[in-house]
Ligand binder design. Structure first.
Ligand SMILES: Cc1cc2nc3c(=O)[nH]c(=O)nc-3n(C[C@H](O)[C@H](O)[C@H](O)COP(=O)(O)OP(=O)(O)OC[C@H]3O[C@@H](n4cnc5c(N)ncnc54)[C@H](O)[C@@H]3O)c2cc1C
Length: 815
């Protein structure tokens, strides 16, 4: 270890766990050698040293799976490269299902794995027992085997990464604690340590469960919380051979791993124990937490039923160590929105070993090239909202997040903890109308409405859930009559100033030099033409624009636009979301209903589609915008918060004569799917361009001054594209698509479904997804194919269309 601390470095990495070491390794691979890693005690002393070492590869999305696949590849080669053994072995993993729902989940996962290029086998209970002879299979209905999964020794693999990084020029300093992060003008300039200061242009927070605290030192939000995490290790016993695959028994919250002739039994219990509320002790190093047999006992009991041999085996080690968890169970990666050049890789939710290789590689790439090498939105730290760093919120959510890894991943499953964080002004009124709320980004949103006599709660399944018919009724209300949607969770920003037009025009692919009162649908693109945001912009004044986007990308979109405002520009961006409720009145009767409440003329001539006016409604002045995400005539009303209930009451009262129905977010989703409206984060994101996504109509190719990403788009317009977003309808209305179902074209997998929902007006199961082909995808290629969608390992014939299935000419919207 070098003795004296350098006073300068290109990059300082804080934290010598598996993640920090992987980042150092990958930065040197990209040719950055002036890299310093600082560790307060010794490498691996935080969480890494005691991990169980499972290395699974199937993750929730294609890109996360790619990262985990890469980790396994890397672990396979590290010993040869560095001379440091890693203990990596690939004997596969076996997951058991003890219910039809779980088997469906595993089979859907198997379909997805195949689509992502992973080897996978769906097997019977007896075949599972052939692989793990000691298990009892009385209650097992089926299993899935992933032959390429493996296990590794976490300390050794971290040391191998560190050695590889040192071979590449990185310098490691143990017993060196970072005590402050220095900044100037919102940008990091270095760190202070207990051994002196280091100037650095880039600082990366790989601080594991300390990462929130390190973030606060810099003024950045890194929302994570530690929880106690348990496993036991038994004495050696017969049958524990090294070639056994890792066994997962998710219905019993347990995993089983052979460990030097012994058994390591680990738990993902549904109600976990958050830890470290008073801060993590200064002397924490290779520390174990006190055991808690009462907490572990239920897991051990069911594990004994699965593996009866356990009853006669002694327990050698009862292990309890802390690991960090995030509010949505996905890790936190990338530049923090608050502080320039301050990056994060933390909050690994008990998958830090298997994620480390991929996370280190893409973060190194992100740092060096100043952009992510692939769509990483699922783990991008900018998805987190500032309030989510609230300690009590994190504590309460962590009770649930640990168990989520093995919980049923039901479609539409809602978080049960840390609820009621953010409510619309209409919340109580909607509740009284039977709203069943779901939570997202802290918002309580009415997802569907239970009629009288029906309980407003979820009964989950992979088929039609208990709300299906109620949501269908809401859907039809909007298609045939009129419905009210509380869209208050949508984010709203104001961009104001002399240069507002120039700024927004440069950022937006569509034209913003429009008359006051015009609403423009647009994308914001990166230099590669990829879609960073998908939103509407309304010109509310000569020098003012209102931007409306989804709550889920609020933080990202706000910071994207803010970062594009030149230092000397006269343009100020303000988040005005909390000041306004937003209500959608949608459906063919929306005009008739609203006209009874306002003196403004709502006729087509006076109030055209894609325009916005300040109107009187009830006792209030509200902004009414004739725009829709459900594909019908309708208005979005932006109501100052304190007027929201009054306006709502007036609408509901007048609505009685029109049979106005309350409509939830699930219906909004089915309505937008019929109309093929894209959803950012699912159907479109940073890797997809408007040309590929079928959104060229929203690109102002010839506007003066161009826009960010134009060059890349022009290339695609001239040379064609290799993928195209296509709508699908299954011939059989019964099976449901959600996302990630493989798309087969002429007997070959060509893509996967990015979002799916049942279309109640069409009576069909719908989805959309990219059809990919190296030699190009055009309309003829799409139309000539014979399609099937694979759901839980079965293929269902599907019709493909480049146009929306519902109202392809948008006649209803413009009526
Ligand atoms: C019981 C258990 C079983 C697990 N099993 C698995 C598994 O099978 N597979 C899997 O993939 N994952 C598993 N995990 C999760 C995995 O161990 C973690 O996700 C991973 O180790 C996190 O690595 P890290 O580098 O982010 O954090 P850490 O290893 O905690 O590293 C962070 C480092 O930052 C240092 N640090 C903090 N503050 C400062 C400062 N101010 N200055 C300098 N240094 C600082 C700390 O000392 C620490 O060493 C398990 C976890 C537990 C608890």
């Amino acid at each position: 270890m070098p003795k004296s601390l350098p006073s300068q470095a290109q990059v300082v990495i804080v934290g010598g766990g598996v993640v920090g070491c992987s980042l150092a390794y990958h930065l040197t691979k990209l040719g950055w050698t002036d890299v310093i890693l600082l560790e307060r005690k010794q490498l691996t002393c935080g969480t890494t040293w005691h991990a169980a070492g499972l290395v699974g590869q199937l993750r929730a999305t294609r890109n996360l799976t790619r990262l985990a696949q890469y980790t396994a590849e890397l672990f396979g080669n590290l010993e040869e490269e560095t001379g440091q053994a890693t203990g990596f072995a690939q004997h596969g993993s076996l997951s058991l299902a003890t219910s039809d729902g779980r088997f469906e989940e595993l089979k859907r996962g198997a379909s997805m794995a195949r689509c992502f290029g992973l080897e996978v086998e769906v097997i019977s209970a007896t075949e599972a027992q052939d692989m793990w002879p000691l298990i009892n299979i009385d209650d097992v209905v089926g299993a899935v085997y992933l032959p390429r999964d493996g296990k590794v020794n976490p300390i050794d693999v971290t040391q191998a990464l560190a050695r590889g990084a040192r071979m590449g020029g990185a310098k490691f300093f143990e017993e060196t604690r970072v005590t402050a992060v220095h900044k100037k003008n919102g940008r990091v300039t270095g760190v202070a340590t207990d051994r002196g200061d280091i100037e650095a242009g880039i600082v990366v927070n790989c601080g594991g469960m300390w990462a929130r605290e390190l973030g606060l030192m810099a003024g950045a939000n890194v929302p994570l919380h530690a929880a106690e995490h348990f496993y036991i290790v038994t004495e050696k016993f017969d049958g524990m051979v090294p070639t056994l695959p890792v066994l997962r028994d998710p219905d019993n919250c347990a995993y089983f791993k052979e460990d030097a002739g012994k058994l390591l039994l680990g738990a993902f219990e549904p109600v976990s124990k958050p830890w470290g509320m008073e801060g993590i002790p200064d002397d924490f190093s290779f520390t174990q937490l006190p055991d808690d047999f009462d907490h572990f006992e239920p897991i051990l009991e069911t594990a004994m039923q699965r593996l009866p041999a356990l009853e006669n085996v002694g327990i050698q080690l009862f292990f309890n160590g802390p690991e960090s968890f995030t509010p949505d169970d996905r890790f936190l990666l990338g530049p923090t929105p608050e502080v320039e050049n301050f990056y994060v890789a933390a909050g690994f939710n008990s998958t830090g070993i298997q994620s480390s290789g991929g996370a280190g590689r893409v973060l190194a790439d992100w740092i060096v090239n100043k952009r992510p090498p692939m769509d990483l939105w699922d783990v991008d730290i900018s998805r987190m909202l500032p309030f989510q760093n609230n300690a009590r919120y994190l504590h309460d959510r962590t009770i649930e997040s640990l168990g989520l890894l093995y919980a049923m991943h039901w479609p539409f499953r809602q978080f049960e903890t840390a609820r009621l964080a953010r409510t619309s002004p209409l919340h109580d009124r909607l509740k009284a109308r039977g709203a069943c709320f779901g939570e997202a980004g802290g918002w309580e949103r009415a997802n569907w409405f239970a009629p009288e006599g029906v309980e407003a709660s979820y009964e989950y399944s992979y088929g039609r859930q208990n709300w299906f018919e109620h949501s269908a009724r809401e859907h039809r209300a909007i298609r045939e009559n009129v419905g009210l949607l509380d869209q208050s969770s949508f984010a709203k920003f104001l961009l104001q100033g002399r240069d507002a037009e120039a700024v927004i025009n440069r950022v937006s692919a569509n034209n913003m030099s429009v008359p006051v009162g015009k609403v423009v649908y647009t994308q914001w693109l990166n230099q590669r033409g990829g879609i960073e945001a998908d939103l509407t912009v309304t010109r509310v004044a000569e020098d003012g624009y209102m931007i409306v986007t989804s709550f889920s990308s609020a933080n990202k979109d706000f910071n994207w636009l803010k970062s594009q405002i030149p230092g000397d520009a006269h343009a100020v961006l303000t988040d005005v979301g909390s000041g306004m409720a937003m209500v959608g009145i949608m459906g063919p009767k929306s005009r008739d209903l609203l006209q009874t409440l306002t003196p403004a003329d709502l006729s087509n001539e006076a109030f055209a589609f894609a325009t916005s006016q300040q109107i009187e409604l009830g006792y209030a002045h509200v902004r009414a915008s004739r725009i829709t995400y459900v594909g019908e005539l309708g208005w979005e009303l932006y109501i100052p918060s304190e007027f929201a209930t009054g306006v709502y009451d007036a609408i509901v009262e007048a609505g009685e004569a029109f049979d106005l129905q309350h409509v939830g977010m699930h219906a909004m989703n089915s309505l937008r799917t019929e109309k093929a409206y894209r959803h950012w984060g699912h159907d479109i994101a940073g890797e997809d361009t408007p040309v590929e996504a079928g959104l060229s109509f929203a690109v102002a190719w010839d506007k003066p001054g161009g826009f960010i990403g134009k060059e890349a788009l022009l290339g695609q317009r001239e040379n064609g594209v290799k993928k195209r977003l296509v709508q699908f309808a299954l011939d059989d209305p019964e099976p449901l698509m959600f996302h990630n179902e493989p798309i087969w074209r002429n007997d070959e997998i060509v893509g996967y479904i990015t979002s799916g929902m049942f279309g109640h007006a069409l009576g069909k199961s719908l989805g959309m997804g990219y059809v990919e082909n190296e030699d190009g995808v055009d309309a003829a290629y799409v139309n000539e194919g014979v399609y099937e969608i694979e759901i839980a390992c079965e293929r269902y014939p599907a019709t493909a269309s480049l146009k929306p299935f519902y109202d392809p000419k948008s006649e209803r919207v413009k009526a």
